[in-house]
Design a protein around this ligand. Structure first.
Ligand code: ADP
Ligand code: ZN
Length: 618
């Protein structure tokens, strides 16, 4: 399937499309893929910034098959290499990885395949590549290109810094004529500049894709009873789907997983405190089985390439929009509708304000941290399209509201909170700015608790003046006052509230305050989107038996080979089978995601499932 070297651009484009069609069974490239493939196929360097699920892999895999020689792919994690190699082998592409997990004789076998020119792609970790032994080996064989995956690992600004990546500058020195392609989903300017400088990509063409993830439905709800809300959400929208639930603490992941199991969901725990073997076993089950839910700390994620994660839920507020975007980005890599749902509450806001107050960095560092948290809170308290706000944060402009977030689907009602807010601020002030929310609420709602009586606060003129407002509304109001920076939390660690200078206008009656009216159930927050975010729900009830039968066959085939089901076929390919009901191999070949190799391996198997279904229905 390899072709010669120099070709006119048009021929290159046509050749790339042929490779895409025959090997992957896809009709066309997405957005910038075609241009990137052409750049690399014609021997030039490239830097590719694309969101998770955007389709970065094809950007180097297609040119790898177009150019003579073996492509060397640098990847930070074994699990990522394994997943990629398993996927490529299914496509009939000659791929392998070298890692310390292999036996010496296995590694030697792969090296001799490389020397014999029997590999299209070879994956390895950076620390292995930069050894003189590997570099000498690579000098002896034709190389089509170098692809540096997760290239942000070279930057200390990012969260995944790996010092081994710094050694990759050696590629520019030792292989000046071989195209290098760096890929990442981390887009910020400092990281980008680092990648260019440290990987010596000054001459690379830079491709920046939109960071929008149109198939993700964004939902953020105030947290009341997190467990009830979570199970309600999963039951209604993702009852048979795989998902990730993020919690802040290890203890909480265990508690939530237990609760989900008790309610009949297949839930597993993942956090850094588990024994390595258990962690790995849980991760493997999540990848290999269908519909498993992992309840995890943020230790879980890097290296999770599972394409059909249908939901990501957060039970605690992420510390920044960058973190939120990365974690939610693990949903819906296959492009099918998926939901991300964040539950957050007053306690989150207090905790974050507290951490900020106590942080010990320089003033500049604190300002930076405050901006990051403020942006996260703004997203939570938004009254306009969430996606527009998110993308704006990443310097991207979206002209119209998206139509695929909770606010677009059901606009947020606001209410005039001027009077109650004034009352709340006065209560904080009159009690001496020495108490937390719960105490101030006791005073506002006229509770004659021991504490209140002991302080004589039942004497205050405003004692009990807030009785007509529901407790839930008061909490929502305090949360929003904190999120807007009108109230501050003290450094003392007790959640003591004090007034921010910004609230003066409100207290003096010069400004008004409009707040969002909280909605707290998933049911309240969905309408036209009902069930839209569920891949299984795209299947009519009449087609459910076929959907289940196709999934069952996929699982059998996957288990027999010890690979995850999505490596055999993506959900989208099975859904296309249901839609088009192919009854011959020729018709099967038209389905997206079925290239030559998969048609040959699995075409008949899946045709049999469809035929049997047709017979039963007839
Ligand atoms: P990334 O590495 O950017 O997160 P992947 O390369 O894993 O994304 O691609 C995400 C999914 O999109 C994969 O399932 C891939 O097969 C699919 N995909 C990528 N490009 C195309 C395309 N041109 N047509 C159809 N599906 C595609
Ligand atoms: Zn929207």
């Amino acid at each position: 399937m390899k072709a010669g070297s120099i070709m006119p651009e048009d021929d290159l484009a046509a050749q790339a499309r042929e490779v895409l069609r025959h090997v992957w069974g896809y009709d066309g490239f997405r957005q910038q893929q075609a241009a990137i493939v052409q750049t690399v196929a014609s021997g030039r360097d490239a830097l590719v910034l694309m969101p998770t699920g955007g389709g970065k892999s094809l950007c180097y895999q297609v040119p790898a098959l177009m150019r003579p020689g073996t492509a060397i792919v640098i990847s930070p994690l074994i699990s990522l290499m394994q997943d990629q190699v398993a996927t490529l082998l299914q496509l009939g592409v000659r791929a392998a990885y070298l890692s310390s997990s292999l036996e010496a004789h296995e590694a030697r076998a792969i090296e001799s395949q490389l020397l014999d020119g029997r590999l299209d792609l070879l994956y390895m970790a950076p620390e292995r590549l930069v050894t003189s032994r590997t570099l000498e080996l690579l000098q002896r064989v034709p190389i089509s290109l170098f692809a540096i995956d997760e290239a942000h690992c070279v930057s200390q600004w990012g969260h995944d810094f790996r010092s081994d990546y710094l050694g990759l500058s050696v590629l520019a020195e030792q292989f000046p004529n071989i195209p290098r392609l760096a890929l990442t989903a981390t887009a910020d300017l400092r990281t980008r500049a680092d990648i260019i400088r440290l990987l010596r990509l000054e001459d690379a063409e830079v491709f920046i894709s939109s960071f929008d993830r149109p198939n993700l439905f964004y939902r953020i709800l105030p947290r009341l009873n997190a467990l009830e809300q979570l199970t309600d959400f999963i039951k209604r929208e993702h009852s048979q789907d795989a998902g990730i639930v993020y919690c802040l603490s290890r203890a909480k992941t265990e508690k939530v997983a237990e609760a989900l199991k008790a309610r009949g969901f297949p839930a597993l725990v993942y956090h850094a405190g588990l024994p390595a073997a258990e962690r790995e076993a849980n991760q493997t089950r999540f990848l290999r089985e269908e519909g498993v839910i992992v309840v995890a700390t943020i230790a879980f994620g890097m290296g999770i390439d599972k394409s059909n994660v249908r939901f990501v839920a957060h039970l605690d507020l992420p510390k920044s929009l960058e973190a939120y975007y990365q974690e939610t980005g693990r949903a819906g890599r296959d492009g099918l509708p998926s939901t991300v749902c964040l539950f957050y509450g007053l306690q989150d806001v207090i905790k974050h304000q507290q951490m900020l107050a106590q942080s010990e960095g320089s003033e500049e560092h604190k300002r930076h941290e405050r901006r990051r948290i403020d942006a996260m809170l703004q997203l939570c308290e938004a009254t306009d399209c969430r996606r527009q706000l998110l993308l704006r944060y990443f310097d991207e402009h979206m002209a119209q509201p998206c139509g695929n977030c909770d606010i677009c689907v059901e606009p947020v009602a606001t209410w005039d909170a001027t009077e109650p807010a004034r009352l709340a601020l006065s209560a904080v002030y009159r009690t001496g700015q020495r108490y937390g929310v719960e105490y101030v609420l006791e005073v506002l709602t006229g509770k004659r608790s021991e504490r209140v009586l002991g302080n004589g606060h039942e004497q205050l003129a405003l004692f009990g003046q807030g009785q007509s407002v529901a407790l839930k509304t008061w909490r929502s109001l305090f949360r929003q006052l904190l999120a807007k920076g009108l109230l501050l939390v003290d450094v003392d660690g007790y959640g003591t509230l004090r007034l921010a200078p910004e609230c003066r206008g409100l207290l003096k009656g010069e400004t008004m305050l409009s707040l969002r009216q909280d909605r707290d159930t998933v049911a309240g927050a969905r309408s036209s989107s009902a069930g839209r975010a569920r891949a299984s729900a795209q299947v009519d009830s009449a087609d459910q038996p076929l959907w289940l039968a196709l999934r069952a066959r996929r699982r059998e085939l996957a288990e027999a080979q010890g690979v995850p089901p999505y490596v055999i076929f993506h959900d989208s390919t099975l859904l296309a089978m249901i839609e088009h009901m192919p009854l011959s191999l020729r018709e099967m070949r038209q389905i997206g995601g079925i290239g030559d190799s998969k048609l040959e391996r699995y075409g008949d198997e899946f045709l049999a499932v469809i035929r049997q279904h047709v017979d039963e229905v007839a």
